[in-house]
Design a protein around this ligand. Structure first.
Ligand SMILES: NC(=O)c1ccc[n+]([C@@H]2O[C@H](COP(=O)([O-])OP(=O)(O)OC[C@H]3O[C@@H](n4cnc5c(N)ncnc54)[C@H](OP(=O)(O)O)[C@@H]3O)[C@@H](O)[C@H]2O)c1
Length: 314
């Protein structure tokens, strides 16, 4: 750890009071306890607010209003019961915003939720008004008058929509501004935006099969005090196909891994730049598993290297 990160990064990390296992015992002991419960929380650098470091994504499985709504509501309810708060959605995830909005409303859970959505235009991506119109619909569908995080989706119209998002921050309708991508070809383009001071959050893909964010995006975020939300932590489920039927290696049990879900999530949030990972699932028992990755210590950098190599060697 100490070899891998600069002093500036380390001091920022210490100041952010990141918990659990990345440091030697003596160093860790000097860092304030980051957790308001027994779950690992991480700090949003721009505010000091702490959030649980695993949440819920809604891209693949939440999108069809005609499918079993109660199953999705149960999944969201389980997230809160387990101590999670963060939900990531988008107006372009078919009906996901409507499903999430209805579930939060029926559960009376909007206040428990750190709700992230996106300005997500394909045609007309540079149109400020098209972005505003889409945001207006998102407020209605999500049944809220405030987004915790509003992100420009996939760098489409970054400058124009970040301007709107900052105007909404001024109005109190948005708490944090973000940018997302899940394609390594956009990694370099993210760096100047991260450095520009306009982002509270960068959302990027990061998993054992594609750790390209390690090269520039995660160091830039750490260096510039930008929180990081991780999408595709399970490579859309590919990690489970690679390990299907396999026993968890004995050495991974040293840091509290008893399922492959925890194995892959602890690897992701074991990076000190990562604020929160948002695995997608429809199943409450997978939510329980995923939030469970926030208990116990995280793998050290040497252990993370071993985990990744183990999977790549399969
Ligand atoms: N550019 C962007 O902004 C962007 C791009 C992509 C994704 N995202 C966000 O990132 C979120 C995550 O991405 P994703 O959902 O596509 O992929 P993912 O989280 O990498 O993988 C989801 C897959 O993992 C499975 N899974 C989840 N928890 C599990 C567990 N504990 N054990 C076994 N299997 C488990 C799910 O199946 P089950 O349903 O069977 O549990 C699903 O097949 C999205 O939902 C979205 O919110 C953003």
């Amino acid at each position: 750890m100490a070899d891998k990160y600069t002093r500036k990064e380390f001091l920022k990390l210490s100041g952010a009071a990141v918990g659990a296992g990345l440091f030697s015992t003596s160093i860790a002991g000097s860092i304030a306890n980051a957790q308001s419960s027994d779950l690992l929380h991480r700090t949003i650098h721009s505010s000091g607010e702490m959030i649980p470091a695993v949440g819920l994504g809604t891209a693949q499985t939440f999108g069809d209003l005609n499918e079993d709504f109660m199953a999705r509501r149960n999944t969201i309810e389980t997230l809160f019961q387990e101590g999670g708060t963060v939900i990531d959605t988008a107006p372009t995830y078919r009906d996901a915003e409507i499903v999430v909005g209805r579930a939060l409303d029926e559960l009376g859970a909007r206040d428990k939720c750190f709700l992230a959505t996106k300005t997500s235009l394909r045609d007309n991506a540079e149109s400020k008004q098209a972005g505003i119109d889409q945001n207006t619909q998102s407020f209605a569908d999500l049944k809220t008058n405030k987004f915790d995080l509003l992100q420009v989706h996939n760098h489409r119209g970054t400058d124009v929509h970040l301007e709107t998002i900052h105007e909404m921050k001024q109005d109190g309708r948005v708490r944090y501004a973000g940018l997302t991508h899940s394609n390594s070809r956009l990694n370099d383009a993210a760096v100047p935006v991260i450095e520009s001071g306009r982002l509270d959050f960068m959302q990027v893909h990061y998993n054992v099969f594609d750790s390209s964010a390690d090269e520039r995006v995660l160091p830039a975020a750490l260096d510039n005090g930008v929180a990081v939300m991780i999408n595709l932590p399970f490579a859309r489920g590919r990690v489970f196909q690679a390990t299907a039927g396999m026993e968890i290696p004995e050495w991974a049990k040293d840091f509290g891994v008893d399922t492959w879900g925890k194995f892959f999530l602890k690897w992701v949030i074991g990076h000190p730049a990562v604020t929160v990972a948002i695995p997608g699932t429809i199943f409450p028992h997978h939510v329980v598993d995923n939030i469970g990755a926030l208990r116990g210590r995280l793998p050290t950098q040497a252990e993370r290297d071993r985990m990744k190599q183990f999977v790549l060697d399969l």
